[in-house]
Design a binder for this molecule. Structure first.
Ligand code: KIV
Length: 384
């Protein structure tokens, strides 16, 4: 496989509510069932959502954002079912994922989120309000003072319901004024927020810029040392994975991602890319690691592709049909001599089976990537 130290195979540290037990451990927050489902045409039935949540738990996801309970009765019921079942299925290591519900900063949304997630062993309410000038003026029609006041009182309200794990997101943080961000984040920490999620909602940040944003928030927000910093990067410029990795390098210890990168518009950072990039880039990231059991990646990807109907492009990193196919004769020749010549990750590491030495891989669900032996003969790179 790709790197000698295999940091992702390290066991995850014991769960400590709202704290990071090991500074190198990065929590994976999967929002396939919430932001992912916001992709046009991606809606899933409640049964399919429950299946996906079970699979995410198997994958080793730390936090499952199961939906937006106030959005509809169906969403509410799906989140409640996931909280009741997956949120109580403690695994052999004593681990059970946090189940999270999204809410705007208003009492009705927050109450609905709590009513749905409270059945989980580790319930979380995630509440958000926009903080960029353009969103505050045109969408919310609220002053900065009103936005701060609303955020503070709604985080307090969430805590008052009995929820000990409250995440707050300043929506469109990537375009928000820095000083305003430090102020509102400091206020919600005082009000009881335990995770601060920093979204690049419109996917406009470049990697160095997003890394700087996280570093600045870490350096300037009062009380930040008591909470977990999180990233949420949209993919409008195709930079969501790079931005997420830069966020982790700058100090974020929760990363919000989706399977196959599905989500609003051009989607989100993809779980498989972020997890494998952290694993392959451990020499750059200072050995950051996740609790993801990468052998379940491929099957999870196929399940989400099938349930949502959102088909992967063949060249999608890691899980696309061509991701491990070696087409040219020169590449096949190299592969036959040493797999490391053109392969940075062994397909087996993400749950694919290799069926021939030149890189034919065959996965579960009868999924096949073919490089024919005949083709190898034609290119003259293989002599039996
Ligand atoms: O993109 C975004 O800003 C969001 C927040 C609710 C986290 O999805």
């Amino acid at each position: 496989s790709c790197c000698a130290s295999e940091p992702s195979l390290r066991r995850r540290p014991p769960y400590v509510p709202n704290r990071i037990a090991d500074p190198s451990y990065v929590r994976i927050f999967d929002t396939t069932l919430r932001d992912g489902e916001q992709s046009p045409g991606a809606s899933m039935t409640s049964k399919e959502k429950l299946d996906v949540a079970r699979q995410l738990a198997k994958l080793g996801v730390d936090i499952i954002e199961a939906g937006f309970p106030a959005a509809s009765k169906d969403d509410f019921e799906a989140v409640k079912a996931i909280a009741s079942e997956v949120g109580n299925a403690v695994d052999d290591d004593g681990y059970v994922p946090v189940i999270c519900g999204l809410s705007r900063c208003n009492e009705n949304d927050i109450r609905r989120a709590w009513e749905a997630v409270k059945y989980a062993k580790r319930p979380r309410i995630h509440t958000f309000i926009a903080t960029s000038a353009i969103h505050m003026e045109y969408k919310l029609r609220m002053s900065k003072e009103k936005v701060i006041d609303t955020a503070r009182s709604m985080v307090k309200f969430a805590r008052s319901l009995g929820c000990e794990d409250v995440e707050f997101s300043p929506e469109d943080a990537g375009r928000s004024d820095r000083e305003f961000l430090y102020e509102i984040l400091g206020e919600v920490i005082k009000a009881g927020a335990t995770t601060l999620n920093i979204p690049d909602t419109v996917g406009i940040n470049l990697p160095s810029e997003f890394g700087r944003l996280i570093a600045d928030i870490k350096a300037n927000t009062p009380g930040i040392e008591n909470v977990v910093i999180s990233t949420h990067c949209q993919n409008d410029l195709g930079l969501s994975t790079a931005n997420t990795i830069e966020g982790a390098r700058a100090g974020a210890r929760q990363l919000e991602v989706t399977i196959n990168g599905i989500g609003e518009r051009a989607g989100n950072a993809s779980l498989e890319e972020v997890v494998m990039a952290l694993r392959c880039g451990a020499h750059v990231t200072g050995n950051l690691y996740t609790g993801i059991n990468t052998k379940h990646i491929f099957l999870t990807s196929k399940m989400v592709e099938e349930y949502t109907g959102l088909q992967l492009q063949p060249h999608k990193a890691l899980v696309g049909a061509n991701a491990f196919a070696h087409e040219s004769g020169i590449h096949q020749d190299g592969m036959l001599k040493h797999k490391g010549t053109y392969e940075i990750i062994a397909p087996e590491d993400i749950g694919l089976e290799r069926t021939n030495e030149a890189g034919i891989v065959l996965g579960k669900l009868r999924y096949a990537i073919f490089v024919s032996l005949e083709h190898i003969y034609l290119h003259g790179s293989y002599t039996p």
